[in-house]
Design a protein around this ligand. Structure first.
Ligand code: ZN
Length: 862
C-alpha cells in the first residue's frame, strides 16, 4: 500500500488551529519525543501530513491510514500490510517497523523467530475501544519516532526487533468517536465532564459496527477485526503485546500491569507475571520522569482470556494493559487539575517507548520464556489425568463446524473421530464427533477454552468468570482418559440435492442454518409450515424421523410463479450441506399427514429493535448482528424516544434488551400492550423482562402494590463491603437449565439440558400459567464460573424463559441475553424460535376447577 497520494491541508488551516488557546500550547512531534531522538528531517512528521499537531484534533481513521502510508512511502524502515477490513470496510493495518536491512527478509526473520531464534518481536496495539483514542493518536508519534530517529538506541533496537504496530484495533469505533469529538470541539477547550463533547450519544463509540466490545472477542472471534488479527498474532507470536486503553474518571493515575495478583488466571504461568512486573519498572521510570501519577496491581486483572492483554498470556507472549484517564475531548477538569488530550497522547507514547526499551533489555528472558512456554504447557498436559477431549455435533454439523472454525483460528489441532466411542455416559459416532488431544502445542489455550472452573482465589472479576466453548455452542463433550482412534479425512458434509419434482420438502429445525433458510424461503414468498408434532416420512433417501419444529414446504400449495425460485433456494441450501429431504407423498408412516392441523403456516416476521439511551447497546447489538448477519433479515433499530412515532402495526415483533426503563412513558406502555393483545410479539431480556412484568394487559389495572417492610441487616465491618458486593454480582457464569422440548421456543433442541449464560441478577416473576415456562434453571445450576451463594439459591429451579400469551399476542421474557456476545450459538435457538415460532405458541388456559375435580368426559364416539 505504497501508492496513496497525499494532499496536505492548506497551511492557513493549520495556522488557525495554532491559535486556539494560549493555555494549550501546540506540541510538535519533536516536543513529544525524547530529547536524544535526533530526527531525520526527510521523514514527514504527523503534523506535516495531517495539518494539525497531534492531540489538537482527534484523528479519523482515514487520516490515520493516510499518515501511515506517507510514512511507509518515505521511510525504508516502514512497510504496511492490510490484514483485513472492518465491517464498514476500513482497512485493518499492520505497520511493520524494523531496520531497513530487515524489511526484505521479514519472512525468514519470522520463521527464525518461530523456531526460537531470530529477532525480538513487539506488537503495539492501540485503541480497541474507539472512544479511547489517545492510543491511536499516539501510534502516529510512535511510528514517526521509529522511522525518523537516528539515535544509537533506535538503530540498535531496529536491527534486532520487528515492531508490529496496529494503529487502530477498532477502526469503525475510532472513526465514530473522532467525528463526535471533533464536531463538538470549540476553539477554547471545555473541561466539564458532563458537557456535550465528553458525553456521547447512544451508542458510544467504544464498540465496533454492531456495538460489540472487540476487547472481549479475542476468544470467540465473532468479528472480522478479531479474525484478521488472530491470524497475524499466531503468524508472528510476539514476545510482548501492548493493549492501550483509557479508563473513566475514578482513578487519578495511569494504570499499567501487573493487575490484581489474586485475580491472575491460574492457567497463566507465574513467569508471565514476573516479566510483566519487570516491564512495569520501565513504565514506572518513564512516568516518574514526566511527573505523571500511576498505579499497578489494583483494579484490573488478567483473568478472561478473550481480552487483548490476556490472550497473549496463554500463548507464550506477555500482554500488557495500559489505562490512561479518558479525556474524551480536548481537556478535562480532574482532581489533578486540567488534563489535556495531549497529556493522554503523551502518556500512551511514553509507555509505548518504555515497552520497547524494557522488551529490548529483557529480550533474553522473554525469548527463553516463549521458547519454553509450549514445552512447559505440554508437560502440564502430561500431568493431567486425561488424554484429550471429545466433542459431538448434537445432530447439527454446522454448529460443530462453527466451533471447529474457531479452534482452527486459534491453531488448535483436532481430528475426526475414527470409531464409535463411549465416555461419561455419552456415545460419540464417527463423522459426528471430533477429538482434541491434550498434548499439543496449544495445550494451555485449549484448557482455557474447555475448563469448567467453579472455585476461585478471588471472587471479583473484571469481566466474565467462565466461557467454556462447547457449552456456549451447546455441544456434548467430555474428557477422555485414553485417546480414541481418529481419522485423517473429515467426512464431507455435502448434502443431497432437493428433488425438483418432490411433493414436499422437509427441513429439520435442529440445524443451525435452518432459520436462515426459512428467512430466504419467506423472502421467496414460500408458504412454509412448521410441525407441532413429531412424525416420520418416506424420503428419497429412506425413512426419516422428524422432531417438532421441522419445516414443511409442500410443493402443491406454492404459488406457481414462485415455485421454481423456492426450489432453487432449497437446492442451494441442500448443496451447501443443509439437510433438505424430498418426499413423493405427503402421507406419513407415523405422526400426522401434512394436511392435518398440526402444521401451522409461518407468517413472515418484521421485527423492530428498540434501543436508545438506557438500553444496553451491547445486547441490542447482538440482536442486530443476529438478524442482519446470520438470518439476513432486515433489522431496523429505533430509539425508544421515537417509538411513539412508529406505526407498530407495521411490525410483528418488538425486541428490547436489558436496560433501565424509567424513561418510557405510560401512554407508550398502553400502546405496546394494545399492540400485543392485537397479535404483536414482545421479546424482552433482563431488566426489560422486569419492565414487561409491570405492563398491564387487563381492562382494569390494579394500583401499585405496597412496598414490603424494609429489612434492617445486621452490622458488618465497613471494609467487608467490597467482598460482600462482589458475592452479589453475577459478572457472567454458565448455568444449567432444563428445556421443555415440547414448547415451540425449545423446538430444534435435541436435549433438555441446555447450558445458558447468566449475567446480571434478573429473576423472572413466575407465570401463573403452568405451560408457559419453556426453560428453567436446574436445581443445581452452576456449571462454570462464579455465582455467590445467595444468588445461586435464589435462582434454583426458577424460570429462565417465560412465554405468555396476552390476547392474540405473546410476551417472551428472557432473564438473560441468549445471544451473549454473539457466540452463544446454543441458546441463540431460543431467541430465533421466539422470532419465527412465537406466532405458533397456542393459548394454554385450563378450564377452571372449582370444588371437587370434574370427572373426565367420555371420549366422543363418531
Ligand atoms: Zn478500554
Amino acid at each position: 500500500m505504497k501508492n496513496a497520494s497525499f494532499i496536505p491541508l492548506p497551511l492557513l488551516f493549520a495556522m488557525a488551529l495554532l491559535a486556539i488557546s494560549p493555555r494549550l500550547q501546540a506540541l510538535s512531534s519533536a516536543d513529544y519525543l525524547p530529547a536524544d531522538a535526533d530526527l531525520d528531517p526527510s521523514v514527514p512528521t504527523p503534523e506535516s501530513a495531517l495539518g494539525w499537531e497531534v492531540g489538537d484534533w482527534h484523528v479519523g481513521h482515514d487520516r490515520l491510514v493516510q499518515y501511515m502510508q506517507v510514512l511507509a512511502d518515505a521511510s525504508p524502515r516502514v512497510s504496511i500490510k492490510e490484514i483485513g477490513r472492518s465491517h464498514e470496510h476500513r482497512p485493518l493495518l499492520q505497520v511493520v517497523i524494523t531496520h531497513s536491512d530487515n524489511q526484505d527478509q521479514l519472512e525468514s526473520l519470522r520463521q527464525e523467530h518461530l523456531e526460537g531464534e531470530g529477532p525480538l518481536v513487539v506488537w503495539l496495539g492501540y485503541s480497541v475501544h474507539g472512544d479511547e483514542p489517545s492510543g491511536s493518536n499516539a501510534s502516529m508519534l510512535a511510528a514517526y519516532y521509529l522511522a525518523a530517529s537516528r539515535s544509537g538506541f533506535v538503530n540498535e533496537l531496529l536491527l534486532g526487533t520487528v515492531i508490529l504496530i496496529d494503529p487502530s484495533l477498532n477502526p469503525d469505533g475510532l472513526d465514530r468517536f473522532a467525528s463526535w469529538a471533533n464536531q463538538n470541539a470549540g476553539r477554547q477547550p471545555v473541561g466539564d465532564p458532563v458537557t456535550r463533547q465528553h458525553v456521547q450519544n447512544w451508542p458510544s463509540a467504544r464498540t465496533n459496527h454492531y456495538w460489540f466490545d472487540l476487547n472481549r472477542d479475542w476468544l470467540p472471534l465473532v468479528h472480522p477485526e478479531s479474525r484478521a488479527r488472530i491470524v497475524e498474532f499466531h503468524r508472528w507470536l510476539p514476545h510482548v503485546l501492548t493493549d492501550h486503553h483509557e479508563q473513566g474518571g475514578r482513578n487519578p493515575g495511569f494504570f499499567f500491569q501487573p493487575g490484581v495478583p489474586s485475580r491472575q488466571n491460574p492457567l497463566t504461568p507465574d513467569e508471565n507475571f514476573e516479566l510483566t512486573r519487570e516491564l512495569a519498572r520501565y513504565h514506572a521510570q518513564a512516568m516518574d520522569e514526566s511527573g505523571q501519577p500511576y498505579f499497578t496491581e489494583d483494579a484490573y486483572d488478567d483473568f478472561y482470556f478473550g481480552k487483548g492483554s490476556t490472550y497473549p498470556d496463554i500463548n507464550g507472549s506477555v500482554g500488557i494493559l495500559f489505562e490512561q484517564r479518558a479525556i474524551r475531548g480536548q481537556a478535562l477538569n480532574t482532581t489533578n487539575g486540567l488534563e489535556t488530550f495531549r497529556d493522554a497522547v503523551s502518556n500512551q507514547l511514553s509507555v509505548s517507548l518504555s515497552t520497547l526499551r524494557g522488551a529490548w533489555e529483557l529480550q533474553d528472558r522473554l525469548k527463553a520464556y516463549q521458547s519454553g512456554f509450549h514445552r512447559a504447557m505440554m508437560d502440564r498436559a502430561e500431568s493431567r489425568k486425561f488424554d484429550g477431549w471429545i466433542i459431538g455435533d448434537d445432530g447439527d454439523p454446522a454448529r460443530a463446524r462453527a466451533l471447529l472454525d474457531v479452534l482452527d483460528l486459534h491453531r488448535v489441532t483436532w481430528r475426526p473421530l475414527g470409531e464409535v466411542f463411549s465416555a461419561a455416559g455419552q456415545r460419540f459416532q464417527p463423522g459426528h464427533a471430533w477429538v482434541i488431544p491434550a498434548r499439543q502445542k496449544q495445550a494451555a489455550l485449549i484448557e482455557a477454552m474447555m475448563e469448567q472452573r467453579t472455585t476461585f482465589q478471588d471472587n471479583t472479576f473484571y469481566d466474565v468468570s467462565a466461557w467454556t466453548l462447547p457449552l456456549a455452542f451447546n455441544l456434548p463433550f467430555t474428557t477422555v482418559s485414553r485417546m480414541p482412534k481418529t481419522t485423517e479425512s473429515p467426512v464431507a458434509n455435502r448434502g443431497n440435492p432437493a428433488n425438483k419434482e418432490a411433493r414436499a420438502w422437509l427441513v429439520p429445525w435442529r440445524q443451525m442454518e435452518a432459520p436462515r433458510l426459512l428467512q430466504q424461503l419467506m423472502d421467496s414468498h414460500a408458504r412454509v409450515r412448521s410441525s407441532r408434532k413429531a412424525f416420520s416420512a418416506n424420503t428419497t433417501v429412506g425413512l426419516i424421523a422428524f422432531q417438532p419444529g421441522a419445516l414443511v414446504i409442500q410443493a402443491g400449495i406454492q404459488n406457481p410463479a414462485h415455485r421454481e425460485a423456492i426450489h432453487a433456494v432449497l437446492n442451494e441450501a441442500a448443496l451447501d450441506g443443509l439437510e433438505v429431504f424430498s418426499v413423493d407423498s405427503t402421507l406419513t408412516p407415523a405422526g400426522p399427514d401434512f394436511g392435518a392441523g398440526h402444521f401451522p403456516l409461518l407468517r413472515p416476521v418484521r421485527p423492530l429493535i428498540v434501543g436508545g439511551k438506557g438500553i444496553s447497546a451491547y445486547d441490542t447489538g447482538t440482536a442486530w448482528h443476529l438478524l442482519d448477519q446470520r438470518l439476513e433479515l432486515a433489522a431496523p433499530v429505533i430509539e425508544h424516544q421515537h417509538l411513539g412515532r412508529a406505526d407498530l402495526r407495521d411490525y410483528t415483533h418488538l425486541l428490547i434488551a436489558d436496560g433501565t426503563f424509567k424513561e418510557m412513558g405510560l401512554t407508550l406502555e398502553g400502546r405496546i400492550t394494545r399492540w400485543v393483545t392485537d397479535g404483536g410479539i414482545l421479546l424482552s431480556q433482563g431488566r426489560a423482562a422486569t419492565w414487561a412484568e409491570s405492563l398491564c394487559f387487563e381492562k382494569e389495572c390494579p394500583a401499585e402494590e405496597a412496598q414490603p417492610d424494609r429489612e434492617i441487616p445486621s452490622s458488618r465491618a465497613y471494609a467487608e463491603f467490597a467482598d460482600d458486593s462482589a458475592r452479589l454480582v453475577i459478572g457472567g457464569a454458565i448455568v444449567a437449565t432444563v428445556a421443555d422440548l415440547s414448547h415451540p421456543l425449545a423446538y430444534g433442541l435435541s436435549r433438555p439440558e441446555l447450558p445458558l449464560f447468566r449475567q446480571g441478577t434478573t429473576i423472572l416473576d413466575p407465570s401463573e400459567n403452568a405451560y408457559a415456562t419453556p426453560v428453567r434453571y436446574a436445581t443445581d445450576p452452576l456449571l462454570a464460573g462464579f455465582i455467590g451463594p445467595v444468588r445461586l439459591d435464589e435462582m434454583r429451579g426458577q424460570p429462565a424463559v417465560i412465554a405468555e400469551r396476552q390476547g392474540d399476542g405473546l410476551v417472551v421474557r428472557f432473564a438473560n441475553n441468549p445471544l451473549f456476545r454473539g457466540f452463544w450459538r446454543g441458546t441463540e435457538k431460543l431467541y430465533i424460535n421466539a422470532l419465527y415460532l412465537g406466532q405458533i405458541v397456542q393459548p394454554t388456559v385450563l378450564p377452571r376447577v372449582t370444588g371437587a375435580p370434574v370427572p373426565e368426559p367420555e371420549p366422543v364416539q363418531q
